[in-house]
Design a protein around this ligand. Sequence first.
Ligand code: CA
Length: 219
Amino acid sequence: MRVLVVEDESQLAELLATGLRGRGMAVDVSLDGADALEKTSINGYDVIVLDRDLPEVTGDEVCRRLERDAAGNPRVIMLTASGTISQRVEGLDLGADDYLPKPFAFDELAARVRALGRRAGPAGPTILARGGLTLDSATLRAEREGRPLDLTLKEFGVLHELLRADGAVVSAEELLERVWDEHADPFTTTVRVTMSRLRRKLGTPSPIETVPGAGYRIS
Ligand code: CA
């Protein structure tokens, strides 16, 4: 799942990004609204964590100008300084999918981001299973034929995207887009390195098939 955190207080922004990365999400940060709109025009995000109180281009304006696809993605959770009922309604009227008043508990934010990401993605359930593999994106646990796998967050993310594709081929570029954030090495060698580590951990026979010139799949 890929998330954009838009928050002008840089310490808070980094704190949120680090926390969400720790939950297995790929996270980018924008410190202002204009940058957020630019990033959303380039990258496909599942969820945007949007602070309402931003200088210049406000959170409300970002929400209004945000381009969404036919399914209403990316989803937006808006953070506001005050949690009065009228402001809550106003926030939702602007097109935010959810709303969280500051101060909030990080666990609460993470749970809501995950819930919004589930609505945004093509696959609903937190548990995905295919080819003898079982993945729980809520607990970040993975198993092969009942044997627990000790995966890094990136390895987990790659496996999650392959299972989510439900037998379809996923290209290295798509994996790079969905699992890594914008600070990643922009070359698909990053994906290949992670893929070979992941395959070693999964054991033989490898459930991940390489489709030459196209990508990877789990059939
Ligand atoms: Ca702010």
